[in-house]
Design a protein around this ligand. Structure first.
Ligand SMILES: CC(C)(COP(=O)(O)OP(=O)(O)OC[C@H]1O[C@@H](n2cnc3c(N)ncnc32)[C@H](O)[C@@H]1OP(=O)(O)O)[C@@H](O)C(=O)NCCC(=O)NCCS
Length: 230
């Protein structure tokens, strides 16, 4: 089961071959910008995770993580080695995040490089495709870093997470209350590389637009307050 350590837990053997992502049914969702996060966002990540209810912490980490454990997880996230992605709303609040943890070398002998995916979406923002969007984005990034497999630990009761993985073409291995989803990725190509560049630029642009709009809104708000107090 997924832990709160930065280093992903790699099982001793890789599960059965998965169906290729290219064969997965294509779903049409509106495009949502996903931004790569850095250590500058640590506070916001912590805040987002601490806001998860106990049942969600259980689903996210495999046990009902305490505030201290979440704090530790956020404090030790390795932004150099791993990829952390976020989705921001119009008020530039972090409403969803995903962690793609790359296994440190050496990985499992004879197996292609792998990464572990973990995700959480604010309750108020669920059911809008954000979880699936973050998974798709993680797949693109992983392909371009020559990762050949993504795996997700999920409780078997976690229908939404397993659906996201299954929709992307992952094979699900169930062992009682726990499940593993394994997805074999196609190699990177020109389209995946250009796709990542375009996504990154568009997400940066979107973030700056939202930040500027928020700043303007805050300034106007304080001006109006000053006038009404005058
Ligand atoms: C799992 C989680 C990330 C899903 O996020 P989300 O943004 O609500 O998911 P999406 O809107 O992208 O939905 C993905 C799929 O799951 C389905 N789904 C969403 N919520 C569901 C639910 N409660 N029950 C059943 N299916 C559900 C959607 O219909 C969609 O399937 P479809 O595309 O075939 O219609 C979110 O519920 C969450 O943060 N849970 C707590 C943390 C967690 O469980 N993390 C995963 C383990 S690492």
């Amino acid at each position: 089961m997924q832990t709160l350590q930065t280093t992903p837990h790699l099982p001793p053997a890789v599960a059965a071959e998965t169906s290729a992502q290219d064969d997965a049914p294509q779903r049409h969702r509106s495009w949502v910008p996903v931004r790569s996060l850095t250590s500058r966002h640590r506070d916001r990540l912590r805040e987002h995770l601490l806001a998860l209810e106990e049942s969600d912490r259980y689903l996210r980490f495999g046990y009902a993580a305490s505030d201290a454990q979440i704090q530790h997880y956020a404090d030790t996230l390795d932004f150099e080695r791993d990829e952390v992605f976020g989705i921001f709303n119009r008020r530039v609040e972090l409403i969803a995040m995903a962690h793609l943890a790359y296994a440190p070398a050496p990985q499992i002998e004879g197996q292609p490089p792998m990464a572990e995916f973990g995700v959480s979406v604010n309750r108020a923002a669920r059911g809008r495709g954000l979880g699936a969007r973050l998974f798709d984005h993680a797949i693109l990034h992983a392909r371009n870093r020559r990762i050949r497999k993504i795996f997700v630990y999920a409780l078997s009761e976690n229908t939404a997470m397993l659906k996201i993985a299954r929709n992307a073409g992952a094979a699900i291995e169930r062992a009682g209350s726990e499940s593993e989803a394994w997805l074999t990725l196609p190699p990177n190509d020109l389209a995946s590389q250009v796709g990542e560049i375009v996504e990154t630029q568009a997400a940066e642009w979107d973030y700056h637009m939202k930040s500027n709009a928020k700043r303007l809104h805050d300034i106007l708000g304080s001006c109006l307050l000053d006038r009404s107090n005058a």
